[in-house]
Design a protein around this ligand. Structure first.
Ligand SMILES: Cc1cc2nc3c(=O)[nH]c(=O)nc-3n(C[C@H](O)[C@H](O)[C@H](O)COP(=O)(O)OP(=O)(O)OC[C@H]3O[C@@H](n4cnc5c(N)ncnc54)[C@H](O)[C@@H]3O)c2cc1C
Length: 394
C-alpha cells in the first residue's frame, strides 16, 4: 500500500515474480510528492534491476560527489564517489520523473491500482491481512500486506503502538529552479552552512534544473504559519554569495514547499502478514541522503526473500536479516549526525568542521565516509563494496 518510491518498486518486482499485486493509494490521482533527491549507487542498482536505470540517468543529473563549506568558504566536506571506484556515481533526480518511471513499471508489470483509498486500519483473517479504508471498505484479504505509506504512516501506530516516530526539531524549505548559470555542471551536491542553524543545499536534478534546500526549525514550517521569505532570502544571500542567481530566482518565484522528517524506529519490520518498508518502517532525516535508497533496497530484498522462502513467515525472517542491519545503521547514523547540521546548538559546528575537514583530507577515512554516503554500510562494523564495474551488487 502506498504509491511512493518503496511501494511502487515493490509492486514492480512482485508483479514480475508472478504475484497478484494490488496497489492501494490514498490519492485519487497518484502523484510525486516531495523534493528532488539523490539516488546513491545502491538505489541506482535497484533501478537497474527494474530495467529503469538508463531512463533515470537520462532524466536526472550525474553527481560525482558532495562538497560542504562553512560561511567563510572553508571546505568542510569533500567526498567523491570516484574514491570508491572510478566509474561510481550518484544521481540527482526530480520526484516526478522518478515517480513516472516507477508508476509505469509497476502497472506495466501487472499491478492493479486502487486509487482514492486512504487505509486507516488492518485486520487479520486467519494468516491473511485485510486493509480497511476511511470509508470502512475492506480490501483483501492479502497473503501479505506491504505497508509503504511513508514517514507519517497511519498504520504504524495501529500495528506497532510501541513504535516511535518523533518529528525532528528542524526541517526545510525546498524549491526547484532552472539552472541558468550552469551551477550544476560540475556534478556536485553542494552545501553551505553557518553554525548549525543556517544551512543551504543545492542539488542538480536534471541537466538544466536544481533543487535548493533551506534549513528551518520545524515550528516555522507549520502549514498555517506565514513564512518570512524576505528574511530567508537575506540570510541566504549573505551565507552564499556565489549562489546569488539561484537564490534570487528561487525567491522571486517564491514557490517553496515545506518538509519535515521523522526518526522512525520499530521493534521489528512485520507483524504476521503485515510488513513495513520504506519510510513507514525506518524514516529518517535526509542528512545522509539514504531514505529513498533504503526503500528501493527494501523492495528488492522483499522480492528476493519471497522467491527464496517456502512461506510468508520464512520470507519475513529472510527480509529482516537482509535489511535490518543497514536500515538500523542509517537510521541511527542520520539521527546522531542531524544536530551537527540542523539544530540550535551552534557550538556543535566547531567539532563538525574540524573533524570533517581533517577526515576528508585523510584518504582511508575519506573513503570510509564516501562508502557510507554511497549506502554501502551494513552496520557499524560491516560494509559492502562496489563490484568490478563500480556498481552496488544486489
Ligand atoms: C527534504 C527532503 C529531502 C530528501 N532527500 C533525499 C535524498 O536526497 N535521497 C534519499 O534517498 N532520500 C531523500 N529523502 C527521503 C525520501 O524522500 C524518502 O525516504 C522516500 O520518499 C520514502 O519513500 P516511501 O515510498 O517510503 O514513502 P513516500 O514517498 O512518502 O510514499 C508514501 C505513499 O503512500 C501514500 N499514502 C500515505 N498514507 C496513505 C494511506 N493512509 N493510505 C493509502 N496510501 C497512503 C502516499 O500518498 C504516498 O504515495 C528526502 C526527504 C526530504 C523530506
Amino acid at each position: 500500500m502506498g504509491c511512493g518510491i518503496a511501494g511502487q518498486a515493490a509492486a514492480g518486482f512482485l508483479a514480475d515474480a508472478g504475484h497478484v499485486v494490488t496497489l492501494l493509494e490514498r490519492f485519487e490521482q497518484p502523484q510525486a510528492v516531495g523534493a528532488g533527491l539523490l539516488l546513491q549507487p545502491t538505489g541506482l542498482s535497484v533501478l537497474r534491476a527494474l530495467g529503469l536505470e538508463q531512463e533515470a540517468v537520462a532524466a536526472g543529473a550525474r553527481i560525482d560527489g558532495i562538497v560542504g563549506e562553512n560561511q567563510w568558504g572553508v571546505r568542510v566536506i569533500d567526498l567523491a564517489y570516484g574514491d570508491l571506484h572510478p566509474a561510481a556515481f550518484a544521481l540527482g533526480i526530480g520526484r516526478s520523473p522518478l515517480f513516472d518511471l516507477l508508476h509505469s513499471r509497476a502497472l506495466g508489470a501487472g499491478a492493479r491500482l486502487v486509487a482514492g483509498v486512504e487505509i486507516v486500519d488492518v485486520e487479520r483473517e486467519g494468516a491473511r491481512a485485510v486493509a480497511l479504508d476511511r470509508k470502512a471498505r475492506r480490501h483483501g484479504p492479502f497473503d501479505l500486506l506491504v505497508v509503504a505509506d511513508g514517514a507519517n504512516s497511519a498504520l504504524r501506530p495501529r500495528v506497532f503502538p510501541r513504535g516511535r516516530a518523533p518529528i525532528y526539531p528542524w526541517g526545510c524549505l525546498w524549491t526547484t529552479v532552472p539552472d541558468t548559470h550552469a551551477f550544476g555542471a560540475i556534478g556536485l551536491l553542494r552545501q553551505r552552512f553557518a553554525g548549525t542553524s543556517s544551512m543551504m543545499g543545492v542539488l542538480p536534478v536534471a541537466s538544466d534544473r536544481l533543487t535548493m534546500f533551506w534549513s528551518l526549525p520545524t515550528p516555522a514550517l507549520e502549514v498555517d504559519r506565514a513564512l518570512d521569505l524576505e528574511a530567508v532570502r537575506h540570510e541566504a544571500l549573505a551565507l552564499w554569495p556565489d549562489a546569488v542567481p539561484i537564490i534570487e530566482r528561487a525567491f522571486d518565484a517564491g514557490d517553496f514547499a515545506r518538509a519535515t522528517y521523522r526518526h522512525v524506529s520499530l521493534p521489528r519490520w512485520n507483524d504476521g502478514p503485515v510488513l513495513f518498508i520504506g519510510d513507514a518502517a525506518h524514516g529518517t532525516s535526509p542528512q545522509l541522503g539514504q531514505g529513498a535508497n533504503l526503500g528501493l533496497l527494501d523492495a528488492h530484498a522483499l522480492a528476493r526473500s519471497l522467491a527464496e522462502a517456502g512461506d510468508v513467515p520464512q520470507a519475513m525472517e529472510r527480509f529482516a536479516a537482509r535489511r535490518g542491519p543497514s536500515n538500523r545503521f542509517y537510521g541511527t547514523a542520520s539521527h546522531l549526525l542531524t544536530p551537527f547540521f540542523q539544530s540550535h546548538h551552534d557550538l556543535l559546528a566547531i567539532p563538525r568542521d574540524l573533524l570533517l575537514h581533517r577526515a576528508c583530507l585523510t584518504p582511508p577515512v575519506r573513503r570510509l565516509l564516501a562508502g557510507t554516503l554511497a549506502g554501502l554500510r551494513r552496520g557499524w562494523w560491516a560494509a559492502d563494496t562496489l563490484d568490478a564495474d563500480g556498481r552496488f551488487p544486489l
